[in-house]
Ligand binder design. Structure first.
Ligand SMILES: Cc1cc2nc3c(=O)[nH]c(=O)nc-3n(C[C@H](O)[C@H](O)[C@H](O)COP(=O)(O)OP(=O)(O)OC[C@H]3O[C@@H](n4cnc5c(N)ncnc54)[C@H](O)[C@@H]3O)c2cc1C
Length: 312
């Protein structure tokens, strides 16, 4: 253990002694084992708070130890660095309470609840309109940060309110979606300084069996069109207005193009897959090649949807 890890551990131990409650901490955690891309070196520490209070304690402990913090949900849209992260990666995955209210057609969930779990909870309560979240392999917090969407739905459109921690002031704030700067795959949370704690989503009254059928159809479509048998972070690029980026990549003859272990999927040109042993450097180089080729062929600059986690 280095000095920072010792300090962090000391703080977590104090918290345990005072409250009897423990925050799961893993030192030198390989981020390749935590991300859907299976890429990334070690994090000085990975922390797994199970509620908002523990999240605050984790932040405080990291600050005490002089560690920067990166917050992750299920790391399904993140490319971690090959050198890992010199600091604390706080995963929200242990914050996952989810409940539904059939009368108001709402689902209330913590930030770390998986989107598929949110959709399943809605289905059980007879709430339609959230089926599109089923199969997006991320958390509610990550989904709101990204303003994720699929099959014509977008999470901001179902959001009633979102509760977050303002890391500057320490205040817990609840806002309606009009205050959260949502646009296509974009939100105010990308400006930093806010950690999503939970949210309320609204659907509409529906019939359980048809909701379930819709979810199964979405999943079948994913299995038929996406390379789900390889590690990836989903679609690498955002849509460019008026274009399907994956079609542009395909038309540029880039399907199957590889750098090291990273390859443009033969099944879905919008995905870069890790066909074994890919590094973040491989993925970055392949992304640069794709961007250059698309610019040469179409004169447009496509943007990445995936998030490049910093090294520290
Ligand atoms: C096979 C596959 C299919 C996919 N299909 C889709 C799809 O159909 N539609 C779609 O939109 N996306 C899709 N994705 C991408 C991804 O699953 C979504 O963007 C998802 O919403 C990310 O959630 P996450 O919890 O994994 O976030 P992460 O990848 O962990 O984080 C993403 C960003 O959100 C931030 N963040 C996470 N949690 C919080 C929090 N609580 N507070 C503040 N910031 C936070 C992180 O710092 C990071 O910058 C797919 C990915 C894969 C691998």
């Amino acid at each position: 253990m280095n000095d920072r890890q010792r300090l962090l551990s000391e703080r977590l131990e104090e918290y345990k002694e005072q409250t009897g409650s423990e925050i799961c901490a893993r030192f030198d955690r390989m981020l390749s084992e935590c991300s859907s891309f299976h890429i990334g070196g070690p994090a000085e520490c990975a922390l797994y708070p199970s509620n908002a209070e523990q999240l605050r304690v984790a932040l405080d402990a990291a600050q005490y130890a002089g560690m920067p913090v990166f917050v992750a949900g299920n790391a399904s849209n993140v490319l971690f660095d090959d050198e890992g992260y010199r600091g604390a990666v706080i995963f929200t995955s242990a914050m996952h309470n989810t409940s539904a209210d059939s009368e108001s057609c709402t689902v209330t969930a913590d930030a770390g609840a998986m989107l598929s779990g949110v959709a399943a909870c809605a289905q059980r309560a007879g709430i339609a309109g959230l089926e599109y979240l089923h199969g997006i392999p991320g958390t509610l917090g990550g989904g709101i940060y990204m303003n994720c969407g699929a099959f014509g739905g977008q999470i901001s459109e179902n959001l009633v309110s979102c509760t977050y921690l303002d890391t500057e002031s320490g205040a817990v704030v609840t806002e309606t979606p009009d205050k959260l700067g949502f646009a296509y795959r974009s939100s105010i949370f990308m400006q930093g300084g806010r950690i999503i704690l939970g949210a309320v989503l609204r659907g509409e009254a529906g019939e359980r069996d048809s909701i379930k059928q819709q979810m199964e159809e979405h999943m079948a479509y994913r299995f038929g069109t996406q390379p789900l048998d390889f590690p990836s972070a989903g679609s690498v690029f955002k849509r460019y207005p008026g274009y399907y980026t994956s079609r542009l990549i395909e038309e540029a003859g880039l399907k199957g193009r590889a750098v090291g272990g990273a390859e443009v999927s033969l099944k879905h040109a919008g995905f870069i897959i890790n066909r074994g042993g890919a590094t973040a450097a491989d993925v970055r180089e392949l992304i640069d090649i794709i961007k250059d080729e698309i610019f040469r062929a179409n004169g447009i600059h496509i943007e990445c949807e995936i998030i490049f986690a910093p090294k520290a």
